[in-house]
Design a binder for this molecule. Structure first.
Ligand code: HEM
Ligand code: HEM
Length: 456
């Protein structure tokens, strides 16, 4: 079971800064998502505002969720738990806070760049070149702080959460440069098929080597503490880590099964996508056995409740993902809303909800006071749970309608009236999620700065 050292409240500024960053961008990103959803219902909606038309608002939404909400949320927890697991203090709180400020400037500059039309036009790699450099610097600053913290540790054993979080930062700093073809500032791209292969190597690594390990690190830290249970197996935890690193790095080409890339590459990506069941189930068996019989404790701790829910979505995202990598399944599911449903289940249902759980778990420890409002946190939980589950159902249905229509040679425009009601449903569910995000932001701000709760 992860050990905890005594909390020194002055030692928490970095985690606080990243917590606020994540909560604020969550609200911002869902607002952008709502505008995007509005365009899909009514394409003329706000049509004259070029800065936010669909082609720009979509990548703004995605970059805001990835780099504004989920990653900083998971890093907030990492900045909290890493020094405690190592029984030392963070190498530099000042550097940590500066990193958080620089991180926010980077995300804001990226969104502004896209909004002004400076997108590099490659999915998940849209940010303009200068912002790419800033992203790499931001990751390097995080890494520097973490590595020097590890260097001055008192605890010799590196608990698995540390493996996951440090690996995520190291690997992303590298694959971000590769995937964004950072050595070609003018285009940020190679030419032709090699570019697609490289892009999707990076693209799936953003989920598999950034969000997934960061989120698993948080789950491995929080669940044993919240349930006061020792980790089921440390050996399994390391087998799960290494198998993730080995298998996940080969699956990016499953985004290109309909593209003329070499068959051997497609075969590797399909085989390893199915093999993903190994690292996923190892982690889930380990975590679920750890909390077995302790669901009451999970229910009692709002952070653990979010995170446990995240593990269930992790299961679904991965089982669904392995199926989607099979060419026969992908004939129906590719290039339509089925994939968007999967994307929300993975990035939000698993990684985003885990990030929120991490924030709620550490908040009382950061401030030394109870959460400002457990009721608001619970309300947010249910709004989000209903929202994301609804998203999954609605987008999967739309995907099946679109996929089957295309498969049967139906003309695209004839499907539009049929899917319109589902788009309205999606926007309605999105409203619940967005309200949840703003409630969360309010709760986080009150908990951090205006909380008269009794000191714990
Ligand atoms: C066993 C693990 C997983 C496998 C095998 C898998 C497989 C896939 C496949 C095959 C696609 C492409 C579908 C298509 O274009 O037709 C896809 C898309 C996607 N996956 Fe997964 N997935 C897995 C887990 C996850 C997780 C955990 C996340 C999030 C943390 C995630 C996020 C996404 C996203 C965002 C996309 C959309 C990419 C796009 O914009 O086209 N996946 N996944
Ligand atoms: C108010 C809630 C939200 C709404 C209304 C919304 C709406 C949308 C829309 C309209 C798209 C574009 C889909 C398309 O091109 O057809 C999209 C894409 C995406 N959203 Fe959201 N979203 C919301 C929340 C979130 C959250 C919280 C996350 C992650 C934490 C997220 C992650 C993504 C991702 C990864 C994609 C890319 C999907 C793909 O390329 O397959 N969204 N969203």
């Amino acid at each position: 079971m992860p050990s905890q050292v005594t909390d020194n409240r002055n030692q928490n500024q970095t985690a606080k800064a990243f917590t606020l960053t994540s909560a604020a961008w969550f609200a911002g990103a869902t607002s952008l998502g709502m505008i995007a959803a509005g365009y899909l219902i009514a394409p003329d909606f706000m049509a004259n505002i070029e800065y936010i038309h669909f082609g720009r608002i979509r990548p703004m939404h995605i970059n805001a969720v990835l780099f504004g909400f989920v990653t900083p949320g998971l890093l907030a927890a990492a900045f909290y738990y890493i020094p405690r697991l190592l029984r030392t203090e963070l190498y530099s709180q000042k550097l940590g806070v500066l990193t958080a400020i620089f991180w926010n400037i980077t995300v804001a500059a990226g969104l502004l760049g896209i909004s002004l039309g400076y997108s590099q036009g490659r999915e998940y790699a849209e940010l303009p070149w200068i912002v790419d450099i800033m992203v790499v610097i931001a990751f390097a600053l995080v890494l520097y702080n973490l590595l020097l913290t590890i260097q001055k540790r008192v605890e010799p054993i590196l608990y698995v959460s540390i493996w996951y979080s440090v690996a995520a930062v190291v690997l992303t700093a590298c694959t971000y440069c590769l995937g964004n073809v950072i050595w070609k500032p003018d285009t940020g791209a190679l030419v032709g098929i090699p570019d697609a292969i490289l892009l999707w190597f990076y693209g799936h690594n953003i989920f598999g080597l950034l969000l997934t390990p960061l989120a698993l690190g948080v789950a491995y830290y929080v669940l044993p503490i919240a349930t006061r249970s020792p980790l089921y197996s440390h050996t399994l935890s390391l087998i799960g880590f290494w198998s993730l690193i080995i298998v996940y790095t080969h699956i990016g080409t499953h985004h290109l099964l309909q593209v003329p890339v070499p068959t051997w590459l497609k075969t590797i990506s399909i085989v390893d996508s199915v093999a993903m069941v190994i690292p996923v189930m190892i982690v889930l068996i380990n975590l679920w056995y750890t909390v077995k019989g302790k669901l009451g404790d999970i229910h009692a701790d709002i952070g653990a409740k979010f995170i446990f829910t995240g593990t269930i979505y992790y299961f679904f995202a991965n089982i669904q993902g392995s199926m989607m990598a099979l060419p026969h399944v992908q004939r129906i599911t590719h290039f339509n809303n089925w994939v968007v449903g999967h994307a929300h289940v993975g990035v939000f249902g698993f990684a985003g909800i885990t990030a929120l759980g991490g924030l709620y778990f550490i908040l009382p420890k950061l401030t030394g006071k109870p959460l400002y409002s457990r009721f608001l946190a619970d309300l947010q939980y249910w709004l989000i749970l209903i929202g994301i589950t609804g998203f999954f159902v609605v987008l999967t249905i739309v995907g099946l309608i679109q996929g089957n229509a295309w498969y049967n040679g139906e003309t695209l425009y004839r499907t539009l009236p049929e899917i319109q009601p589902y788009y309205i449903l999606r926007a309605s569910l999105g409203t619940l999620i967005m309200i949840g995000a703003y409630l969360g932001l309010y709760n986080v701000i009150r908990s951090l700065y205006f909380n008269r709760g009794t000191t714990t």
